[in-house]
Design a protein around this ligand. Structure first.
Ligand code: HEC
Length: 142
């Protein structure tokens, strides 16, 4: 009886060990994922910023007053980004940056949000537009 009990105990112990054993870690081949990241940076889910280069510096300095969307929907050359920063410094209480920080911020912005030729469609020719219901001359029915 004693022997049977011990055997049972050992058996259940063995089972417990076997059942709680961690599954063998899957082999992860990270090379393809890295290749994708290098081609197109991931998007930070919280801000929408492209996660490349100095994006965290930009997040730290540029999201205190307004949504990051105001930035990610904007496009510009380095000069245009600098102009926007100067305008905010002059009119919107944006603080001054030391030159190194400023140039890193601008490099990130100009690299990741450069001017985009296809941003706006061409204007629709006037003759293809519907009549403007608010213009006095279009109010008469013909
Ligand atoms: C001290 C507050 C503050 C900080 C920090 C700040 N901004 Fe702004 N920014 C503003 C205000 C205020 C506006 C105007 C918002 C509006 O029009 O609703 C604005 C507008 C903008 C616009 C829209 C400009 C336009 O022409 O419509 C962009 C782009 C922008 N900011 C980028 C940035 C970037 C890049 C940084 C970081 C370098 C930054 N902001 C940091 C206050 C700030």
């Amino acid at each position: 009886m004693q022997k049977t009990l011990t055997a049972l105990l050992l058996l259940s112990l063995a089972c417990l060990v076997a059942c709680t054993k961690e599954p063998a870690p899957e082999k992860i081949d990270s090379a393809p994922a890295q290749a994708v990241v290098a081609a197109e940076p991931g998007i930070d889910p919280a801000t929408g910023f492209k996660m490349s280069g100095d994006w965290e510096l930009v997040r730290g300095n540029c999201t205190a007053c307004h949504s990051a969307k105001l930035i990610t929907q904007q496009r510009g050359t380095a000069q245009q980004w600098l102009t926007m920063i100067r305008w905010m410094q002059k009119k919107q209480n944006l603080w001054q940056f030391d030159p190194g920080t400023e140039s890193r911020i601008i490099t990130y912005l100009a690299d990741n949000y450069p001017p985009d030729a296809a941003q706006r469609r061409a204007a629709i020719p006037r003759e293809l537009m519907p009549p403007n219901p608010y213009a006095a001359e279009t109010a008469t029915l013909n």
